[in-house]
Design a protein around this ligand. Structure first.
Ligand SMILES: NC(=O)c1ccc[n+]([C@@H]2O[C@H](COP(=O)([O-])OP(=O)(O)OC[C@H]3O[C@@H](n4cnc5c(N)ncnc54)[C@H](O)[C@@H]3O)[C@@H](O)[C@H]2O)c1
Length: 356
């Protein structure tokens, strides 16, 4: 079947729509471009749950006062290889990009760096920040805490967030290896999709009001909680992220972090942190990339499971989707298009081609 470009949205058009909306709600043009780049890149990966689908929610939270569109993050304490920024309730992507840029610049001389952020808000896909480090031939790690939405073994109710974790490693110019995940069994957006389709879950992805595993969505997010990825292992990782991104930065921890969706008028008080490894200070970057190629080749060439004809490296599917989206535009599911049309209507902006 041929490609129907009229159903696709060009990356430049979508970026322009985001910039227009964010500047109208009080963001500087530079910050609006920063946020737009993050959301649109996430869409090109096919991670639609954390791309421009979030635009209406960000607008709601900015208008309600939870996010301060004009705020500028500020370094409050730092050493040669580390720093902590106060986000002052700015958009999470503004603080996140500022912090990752600082971590990259510190790692140029110190080789390893860590930059944390407190008083922040939802920062979208963790992978976006980790991949930024690979543009400088460095390894990046991005972590964030979120408000409690996940059960922990032995408890009833939501105790900790499904704190996202991402790493990215330079490999080929068009393909950093990267993993970008929530620490819950499945991300909340996937439960939301099953809920809107009126389906039960294919696995025990929720804990019910008694703290017991269930496939029934019921009244979630009220009355049930996400299950951690791989039980105590996902819980243990989420705990580490709570320590590095919140305890160590001064951000809100556990129940003092607020939900930007359920309470858009409240500041999230979230914490993030970013770690960078400057490979070139440790070994020649070309040697490292050659070793990455060897690593990737052995995995790609491993014996395939019955019915499988291909093994992917982490991030490979996203990079292939991105290359396609940059060539031909993004093919959105209807539920994302409907939200974007709504925002365009709200701001009396003509929807870009492909959204109608
Ligand atoms: N900001 C927040 O509050 C927050 C909270 C939770 C999650 N998130 C974001 O949600 C998004 C989705 O998270 P998720 O847990 O649903 O991710 P997911 O389960 O869809 O996993 C995606 C990751 O797994 C890799 N992957 C998938 N299949 C693979 C395969 N067969 N072989 C190799 N690698 C494979 C992908 O390349 C990607 O890195 C992420 O962007 C995450 O950062 C954000």
């Amino acid at each position: 079947m041929g490609l129907d470009s009229s159903k696709r949205v060009a990356v430049e058009d979508l970026t322009q729509l985001c910039v227009e909306v964010f500047t109208r709600v009080g963001m500087s043009p530079a910050d609006a471009r920063t946020v737009a780049a993050g959301l649109v890149t996430t869409d090109t990966w096919g991670t639609f749950s954390h791309g421009t689908n979030l635009l209406p929610h960000y607008v709601t939270s900015i208008r309600a006062g939870g996010i301060d569109a004009g705020a500028q993050p500020e370094v409050v304490v730092e050493g040669p290889s580390w720093a902590i920024l106060d986000g002052h309730a700015a958009m999470g992507m503004v603080s996140g990009c500022r912090a990752m840029d600082l971590a990259i610049s510190k790692a140029r001389t110190t080789t390893l760096s860590w930059v944390g952020v407190c008083n922040s808000n939802h920062f979208g896909a963790a992978g976006y920040y980790a991949v930024l480090a690979t543009h400088h031939e460095m390894i990046g790690v991005a972590l964030s805490n979120v408000d409690p939405n996940m059960a922990v073994p032995g408890a009833r109710g939501s105790v900790i967030g499904n704190n996202p974790l991402a790493y990215a490693v330079p490999h080929r110019a068009d393909f950093p290896v990267f993993l970008d995940i929530a620490t819950s069994a499945v991300a909340a957006s996937k439960i939301m999709t099953s809920k809107s389709l009126g389906q039960d879950l294919p696995g025990d992805y929720l804990a019910d009001s008694e703290g017991l595993p269930t496939r029934k969505i019921g009244t979630w997010p009220v009355g049930s909680s996400l299950m951690p990825m791989a039980g105590h292992k996902g819980y243990g990782l989420a705990f580490l992220i709570e320590v590095l991104a919140a305890a160590l930065t001064g951000a809100g921890m556990l129940s003092t972090a607020r939900s930007w969706i359920l309470s858009p008028h409240e500041q999230g008080k979230l914490g993030h942190c970013f770690l960078v490894f400057n490979i070139g200070n440790m070994m020649p970057i070309e040697l490292f990339k050659q070793r990455m190629s060897e690593l990737g080749r052995e995995i790609h060439e491993a014996a395939k499971a019955r019915g499988s004809d291909r093994i992917y490296l982490p991030g490979e599917m996203e990079c292939e989707r991105r290359a396609e989206a940059l060539r031909n535009g993004i093919e959105f599911p209807e539920w994302v298009k409907a939200g974007l049309r709504g925002v365009a209507r709200n701001f009396q902006i003509a929807p870009c081609p492909g959204l109608e």
